[in-house]
Write a protein that binds this ligand. Structure first.
Ligand code: MLT
Length: 203
């Protein structure tokens, strides 16, 4: 997958896996990594799908309607890419924290839904429920921050609550941060995610 890898100054800090929203690329979220954990290595990935010229991580049939077969395939592809990158760049594949926005948050959530040890933690900005009717792995020890908007037209508050419930049932530790805005990533949400990360990893 097309990506950027930047080695951090602290080799023990979690590696940040950055996953952009629709129409973004591997450059879009680099500034978030700087804020959340400036000493971390960064693996920032570009989604392999193009929708009218806009990169994405998996196909959709319509806005908010996912091509589930492709989502499952692309989730495995991303998981395999994390494993092969860990070998190539010599980092611990079990020390990865995802930061995803929108479509990137959705594939990060799908990684959590499919793979037990793939992510140590995940910051999900405006995620949806990636799939339904699937049994999640046990996610005890996995920490999840969900940033949501009470007026998000793409991801309704009910959908956020459903995602929280499903992750809690899988024994993940989940924090939901609400903004009163829509689908956009606001400054205060970024600050809240950054504060949450620092609390989780005692920085
Ligand atoms: C998706 O397709 O993943 C969601 O609708 C969010 C987005 O617009 O990217």
């Amino acid at each position: 997958m097309k990506h950027i890898f930047r080695k951090g100054t602290d080799v023990h800090a979690p590696v940040l896996l950055l996953l952009h929203g629709t129409g973004g690329n591997e450059h879009s979220l680099l500034s978030l990594a700087e804020e959340v954990s400036p000493t971390s290595s960064v693996l920032s990935v570009r989604g392999n799908i193009l929708e009218n010229g806009m990169p994405r991580f998996f196909r959709r049939l319509a806005e908010g309607v996912f091509d589930e077969e492709d989502l499952v395939f692309r989730t495995k592809e991303l998981y395999d890419f994390i494993q092969s990158s860990a070998k190539q760049y010599e980092f611990d594949a079990k020390n990865v924290v995802a930061i995803g926005y929108s479509n990137g948050a959705n594939i990060a959530a799908s990684v959590l839904y499919h793979f037990q040890d793939a992510l140590k933690a995940a910051i999900l900005h405006h995620p949806m429920v990636p799939l339904r009717n699937i049994t999640l792995p046990i996610l005890s020890g996995t920490k999840v921050f969900i940033g949501a908007g009470t007026n998000d037209p793409i991801c309704s508050p009910e959908e956020t609550e459903e995602l929280e419930k499903v992750l809690l049932e899988a024994k993940a530790s989940v924090t939901v941060h609400w903004e009163t805005y829509g689908h956009q990533l606001t400054r205060s949400e970024v600050n809240a995610a950054s504060k949450w990360y620092k609390e989780q990893f005692s920085l």
